[in-house]
Design a protein around this ligand. Structure first.
Ligand SMILES: [Zn+2]
Length: 412
């Protein structure tokens, strides 16, 4: 039993498709994307409130921590655990307000409170973050064929390696009014999130977004990260990346749209640079959050080309592909290597991540590639799979009783 797709993956399809994943196809061009750029001049930001309120700085950056002590590194060839998160809920009162998105957010997301408790518990249980790009390498065998091999990781004695990945770090439009941060910004040389609180006040924070929260946690606990590794950000492209609307819109080919896009591209570049400098890496989550189990190879090809053009051109080359909805191409990438998989491999992807009940991974023997499953800390597993996640955290202790709606749990 090494691969089972969780039933909820299909429900995630429903959530994301309904809420965000399908480009609007109406005859009328969609309304201009609301870009509230906190550092731009007012003439460039017609969408900022007429009487902006002063930014609320929730908390100052922490002082630099002492350097990590010298560590005794030992070889590790066991399972490398892999957990993935969606964006975390910053304002539960907006997320869990009884609207039609509430259930999906409850199923697939965790709240800031839960996320912080999970990180602490994962750390307390002896895990150390490693870079997914360090876990496998491509080598050429004696016959001249490229293949992937598992590297022996050198990690501090007593620690267990863990990959973290974060899906849909795009700050989709639908999320903005539903309790999530709006974008990443740079302030005083550090990454912060920016957004609006439920009262409409601007908020810069390092305590409301999965990325800045992990940055802070690693600063406070340097031994939670091997060589500064944080996580791999899984990006689509259809609403830009990292909160910046860097995508093309085939319904709006105006010069103004092109200028707006160019501004967003310039604005996101220093964010990408800062993320790279601070241990974050990037992976492809398809451009349009397409379902690879039902899309034709032609569609996958067009989608991938658009991702490489609009996202890969900004974040740089990546070998990591995160299947949207966890849906594997060609029926099954475990049992066979079909045309869609071969195509994705041919453009440079080597590590293909789905979703499952364990941190499964398998090196394929007929093509240079690794396929793997990630576990998914979220509302569904908090409510219903407490036992399976006990090695990381106890759902009973991290569950956000105060804020989550009453959908019940399978434990007591
Ligand atoms: Zn996704």
């Amino acid at each position: 039993m090494f691969k089972r797709i969780i039933p909820g993956v299909l429900a995630l399809a429903a959530l994301l498709t309904l809420t965000s994943c399908v480009k609007k196809a109406s005859a009328n061009p969609p309304p201009p994307v609301v870009i509230v750029e906190p550092t731009a001049s007012p003439s460039e930001t017609p969408d900022v409130p007429e009487t902006p309120v002063p930014p609320v700085v929730v908390e100052s950056p922490e002082p630099s921590p002492p350097p990590a002590p010298d560590l005794n590194l030992v070889p590790y060839d066991g399972v490398v655990e892999h957990l993935f998160f969606h964006p975390v809920v910053a304002y539960p009162e907006l997320a869990f307000d009884g609207d039609y998105k509430e259930k999906g957010i409850d199923d697939y997301m965790v709240t800031v409170s839960e996320y912080k408790k999970m990180l602490q518990s994962i750390y307390d249980n002896g895990y150390i973050l490693v870079d997914i790009n360090d876990v496998w390498s491509e080598v050429v065998d004696e016959n001249g064929n490229a293949k992937m091999v598992r590297n022996t990781l050198m990690i501090p004695e007593g620690k267990k390696p863990l990959i973290l990945s974060f899906d849909d770090v795009n700050y989709y439009e639908y999320m903005l009014a539903n309790g999530f941060t709006y974008k990443l910004v740079l302030r005083d040389g550090e990454l912060w999130s920016w957004g609006l609180d439920p009262q409409g006040n601007e908020v810069y924070s390092q305590d409301l977004d999965a990325i800045t929260i992990l940055d802070k946690f690693v600063k406070e606990h340097p031994d939670f990260s091997l060589n500064g590794a944080k996580g791999c950000l899984s990006l689509t492209g259809y609403e830009g990346i990292l909160g910046y609307r860097t995508h093309t819109d085939k319904n709006d080919t105006s010069e103004e749209a092109a200028r707006r896009r160019a501004r967003e591209i310039e604005a996101v570049k220093p964010i990408i640079q800062k993320l790279k400098e601070t241990g974050w890496t990037f992976g492809c989550h398809s451009w349009g959050h397409i379902n690879l189990s039902s899309a034709s190879t032609e569609k996958i090809k067009a989608d991938t080309e658009r991702w490489l053009d609009e996202v890969g051109s900004l974040v740089g080359p990546t070998k990591i592909y995160f299947y949207p909805f966890g849906a594997r191409p060609d029926g099954s990438d475990v049992k066979q290597t079909g045309p869609s998989f071969k195509y994705l491999q041919s453009v440079g992807f080597r590590v293909f991540c789905s979703v499952g009940i364990d941190s499964f991974s398998k090196i394929k023997t007929d093509i240079s590639a690794v396929i793997c499953d990630r576990m998914h800390p979220d509302g569904m597993t908090l409510r219903n799979q407490r036992d399976r996640y006990l090695r990381f955290y106890d759902a009973k202790e991290v569950f956000d009783y105060e804020n989550r709606p009453d959908y019940g749990v399978s434990w007591n």
